[in-house]
Design a protein around this ligand. Structure first.
Ligand SMILES: C[S@@+](CC[C@H](N)C(=O)[O-])C[C@H]1O[C@@H](n2cnc3c(N)ncnc32)[C@H](O)[C@@H]1O
Length: 231
């Protein structure tokens, strides 16, 4: 196992401190939409009967648990490099059907072509080298396997400035009031507004060799769901 990079260590520390209020903050910040997006991610994974799914950066396990619910009989792994977040996932109802495991997205300890689907929510903006992390995902996918990504992205067009202002003000404020943790949620706001567009993520995926790459925007263009297939 390799140790995380310095950005990785900061991110790991940050998430080890947030699990208690993580789900509540997510619900508030997305006005309850996060759960619906996770259902959409799992649906788009199109797991075959008895297939296997790897949810990376699983956090408190919302996507992994939804996958286990939607595809009974599937093998579902939820992995993360924050033991604090994984502890939150393990306590949830139904958690026993998922294999929860420590893993750094930069170096997945799984064999090549191990999974029919790979999913992740809010991983990419937290890593130093998104291309490397996506290449790892291509490696562990089976041919024909699907990758589904949920991520925040900077808003665009006419809504860009008003929405960006809303994100800048509301998220740190909610962090301060609900979680008493303005710093973590200032990081979230900054990493969202500074992150790649869906077009840029799609370009990386095509360069790596993924096919059938497509995306949809959600929530006034502040979220994206990107889907791709390993040829
Ligand atoms: C915002 S949370 C998202 C949790 C969950 N996917 C969701 O949608 O609610 C981001 C998660 O990514 C994890 N993470 C960030 N970088 C990682 C890495 N390099 N390897 C594994 N997990 C990572 C963090 O520990 C954290 O649990």
């Amino acid at each position: 196992m390799t140790s995380p990079s310095s950005k990785g260590e900061d991110v790991q520390r940050l998430f080890d401190t947030v699990p208690d209020y993580y789900d509540r903050m997510n619900r508030l910040m997305t006005l309850g939409r996060h759960a619906a997006w996770c259902r959409d991610v799992v649906k788009r994974a199109q797991l075959p009967a008895g297939g296997s799914l790897l949810d990376i950066a699983t956090g408190t396990g919302v996507i992994a648990l939804e996958a286990a619910r939607r595809y009974p009989g599937a093998t579902v792994y939820g992995v993360d490099f924050s033991e604090g977040m994984l502890a939150g996932a393990r306590e949830k109802p139904g958690a026993e059907v998922v294999t929860w495991q420590f893993a750094d997205a930069n170096d997945l300890e799984f064999d090549d072509a191990s999974f029919d689907a790979v999913t992740h929510g809010y991983l990419l903006r937290n890593v130093e080298d998104a291309e490397r992390v996506l290449a790892e995902q291509l490696r562990v996918l089976r041919p024909g396997g699907r990758l589904v990504i949920l991520e925040t992205c900077p808003p665009r067009g006419l809504l860009r400035w008003p929405v960006a202002l809303g994100v800048k003000v509301v998220i740190p404020l909610l962090g301060q009031i609900v979680a008493r943790d303005r710093k973590s949620y200032t990081y979230l706001e900054e990493s969202t507004l500074g992150f790649m567009s869906p077009e840029q993520v799609a370009e990386i995926l095509r360069r790596l060799g993924f096919v059938s790459v497509s995306f949809v925007r959600r929530f006034l263009g502040t979220h994206m769901i990107v889907t791709a297939t390993k040829p």
